[in-house]
Design a protein around this ligand. Structure first.
Ligand code: ZN
Ligand code: CO
Length: 331
């Protein structure tokens, strides 16, 4: 699974430019699925059919990552940029970025006297070009870049680019691999454009029209020095979401998660995330409403160039999802 994490995370794929990462995931999950399709927006939908007596369950994990988009190229070949999803200037400064064609650059800043003036528009990307024409041979206005960092294996923990939300994609792929055929039709949707507003999940949920929705996504932790308080710790198990800014999880779905975790001895923690959302925010508002919840993977340094997860938590997430999908779901 570590090898899969490395492959998924290191692949390029900012919102709307997910072709490469979708192909990598498609190559992995096709062998575990009864059918695999790509919808008009680019969502990858892998179905594991049930025996016809169960429910239709939609899982969603987003394949897109946060990034930057080139807005302007100046006469000296420096690129100005805007954010794609939640990228803060303090986090972007000094980082390396990678474009789809392999071009890399580093993010520099103008002279800034007051730290309050550190805004994205005061930063630029240097790709080593000396003139506008030279820069344009490699990059055009509208091109996107993601952060550029390898995945590192620390043993029980790993850190790397885009754990948000390639680790959710790993949970789904690993679940597909391990689960036995069940009563339920399980749609594993690898969604696009989550970071810019939960967009892919919206059209996929409309098409699938599930009886229940489950997003697989990261959540932040409250266990690092002087961080904002939060009752989630790395290494303490799967996080079962109660609420974030996009959804109040359906009590029946939440209960099913908690009871399944208890019954199977899977370590879990209850999560209330004050800001941020997940694909379930879109899924639960589909048509006349879909009971939905979220299985979160505790992650440190969310929306930074590298993010850290714990292998025990990952295992707990996969076990919980496998057990839920193999059970008889009443909802
Ligand atoms: Zn995410
Ligand atoms: Co995110």
């Amino acid at each position: 699974v570590k090898e899969m994490i490395k492959r998924f995370c290191e692949t390029f794929g900012p919102s709307g430019y997910e072709d490469k990462v979708r192909q990598v995931i498609l190559d992995e999950v096709t062998k575990y699925a009864d059918s695999v399709t790509v919808d008009p927006l680019g969502n990858l939908i892998a179905l594991k059919k049930g025996d016809g007596t169960g429910k239709k369950v939609m899982m969603a994990g987003h394949i897109d990552e946060i990034g930057v988009i080139v807005t302007f190229i100046d006469d000296n070949g420096f690129l100005r940029f805007a954010n794609v999803g939640g990228v803060s200037p303090a986090v972007a400064l000094g980082q390396r970025v990678l474009f789809e064609n392999g071009t890399t650059g580093i993010i520099g800043q103008e002279k800034i006297d007051d730290p309050k003036d550190l805004k994205l528009e005061r930063l630029f990307i240097d790709i080593g070009a000396s003139t506008k024409a030279e820069a344009q041979q490699k990059v055009s206005v509208g091109d996107m870049a993601g952060f550029y960092a390898p995945v590192v294996d620390l043993g029980k923990r790993m850190y790397g680019k885009s754990m948000d939300d390639r680790i959710g994609c790993v949970v789904m792929a690993e679940t597909m691999k391990r689960m036995k055929r069940s009563a339920n039709d399980c749609y594993f949707v690898f969604t696009v454009q989550e970071e810019v507003g939960l967009r892919g999940a919206k059209t996929a949920a409309y098409a699938i029209s599930p009886d229940m929705g489950i997003a697989l996504d990261v959540t932040r932790t409250g266990d690092t020095p002087k961080c904002a308080p939060m009752a989630i710790e790395l290494g303490k198990g799967v996080a079962i979401k109660v609420k974030d800014a996009s959804i109040i999880c359906h009590p029946a779905v939440k209960r099913l998660m908690v009871e399944t975790a208890k019954k199977n001895g899977i370590p879990y923690q209850m999560e209330v995330l004050e800001a941020g959302g997940t694909d379930s925010g879109s899924i639960h508002l589909t048509k006349e409403g879909v009971p939905s919840g979220v299985i979160s993977i505790p992650t440190r340094y969310v929306h930074m160039p590298v993010e850290m997860i714990d292998m025990g938590d990952l295992e707990a997430c996969v076990s919980l999802l496998v057990k839920m999908l193999e059970s008889k779901i009443e909802i």
